[in-house]
Design a protein around this ligand. Structure first.
Ligand code: AMP
Ligand code: TRP
Length: 330
């Protein structure tokens, strides 16, 4: 069985972009692949965090993994810091990454170009830690949204470099990026990615938003004056984004079908259909979340997950350190 690994960095509450671009695929693939899904808490602290809020976001993230349908009897679900090998291999990968490569990573460049002050060293070297996350488990595939493609490509380069230097250490992973839904855009500015750093709070639907709030956000989404439900992200970014959301939440319904259904109808009708689909999904997720969050299942899942993940990760770290010549007593 091929192995798959992915993670989410809950620097805030999980949102619909996380669900459509990443989480729903973890759930889809857990029957077909050996799935490792983790919560990237080391990555969270690359930007400043309020301790209480971070703690809540991490617990919520685990509960939401489960509420969205990840099954701990199929997938290995764990917290990154519960498997110490991540930080250790992360450092080793960092020593095999060139500054020129890190300088090309768009996530860091974007923040820098916005003039954000006091960016941390951890944020700069974060792609090397992400490489370690993946390489520790010999993952064949990494399901992610479009914004992570560059990081998985860097992971491949690091793996190949270390394999050439020390002999076969790592499986070289491939990113898995869906054709529809890999980049959900902000509802208030469809030229920007939906993200938790949305200042207006109108463009981002959180998985735990009250249904009324979520409906309102969809109904006031920015569209255009073409008055035609048609897929063309260049000229109609808002409508195309809503179409991708609707398709992703209704079993990947073809975009052409959606165009046909709303031919000659107004944007109001179309938005109502999108809002219905969003609210149905959120309600389903929130009902399960409420059952899970105080049930003890979060803690149990993480305990079992960390034990299972450590078996692979510790063995891989030992193999790497030995190959590099770093070990003496083991
Ligand atoms: P993050 O919250 O940045 O850790 O992202 C977790 C996962 O969600 C990654 O696979 C991202 O690529 C994906 N993701 C984040 N934002 C979006 C978005 N707006 N559309 C699609 N996927 C996204
Ligand atoms: N960097 C990813 C993000 O911000 C989260 C992440 C960390 C990840 N390590 C990973 C995703 C390993 C996939 C595989 O979205």
């Amino acid at each position: 069985m091929k192995r798959m690994l992915s993670g989410i960095k809950p620097t805030g509450q999980l949102h619909l972009g996380n669900y459509i671009g990443a989480l729903r695929h973890f759930v889809e693939y857990q029957d077909e692949y050996e799935m490792y899904a983790f919560i990237a808490n080391l990555h969270c602290i690359t930007v400043p965090q309020d301790p209480e809020e971070l703690h809540k976001n991490l617990r919520d993230c685990v509960a939401l993994y489960l509420a969205c349908g990840l099954d701990p009897s199929k997938a290995t679900i764990f917290l990154q810091t519960d498997v110490r090998a991540h930080a250790q291999l992360g450092y080793i990968c960092c020593c095999h990454t060139y500054m020129g490569e890190l300088n090309r990573m768009t996530q860091f460049k974007d923040k820098q170009s916005k003039g954000e002050k006091n960016l941390s060293g951890g944020l700069y070297t974060y792609p090397a830690l992400m490489a370690a996350d993946i390489l520790l488990y010999d993952a064949d595939y990494v399901p992610v949204g479009e914004d992570q493609k560059q990081h998985v490509e860097l992971t491949r380069d690091i793996a190949e470099r270390m394999n050439n230097r020390y002999g076969d250490l790592f499986v070289v992973p491939e990113p898995l990026i869906a054709k529809v839904g890999a980049r959900i855009m902000s509802l208030s500015d469809p030229t920007k990615k939906m993200s938790k750093s949305d200042e207006t709070n109108k463009g981002c639907i959180y998985l735990l938003d009250p249904l009324k709030t979520a409906r309102k956000k969809v109904m006031s989404a920015v569209t255009d004056s073409y008055a035609k439900v048609h897929f063309d992200p260049e000229t109609q970014p808002g409508i195309s984004n809503l179409m991708q959301i609707l398709s992703s939440l209704s079993d990947n319904r073809p975009l052409g079908d959606i165009e046909a259904e709303f031919e000659g109808k107004g944007y109001g009708d179309f938005k109502r259909a999108v809002a219905d689909a969003v609210c149905t999904k959120l309600e389903e997720i929130q009902t399960r979340y409420n059952e899970i969050i105080e049930s003890g299942l979060v803690e149990k899942t993480l305990q079992e997950g960390a034990a299972k993940a450590s078996i692979l990760a510790d063995a891989k770290l030992a193999k790497v350190q030995k190959a590099i010549g770093m070990e003496i007593i083991r």
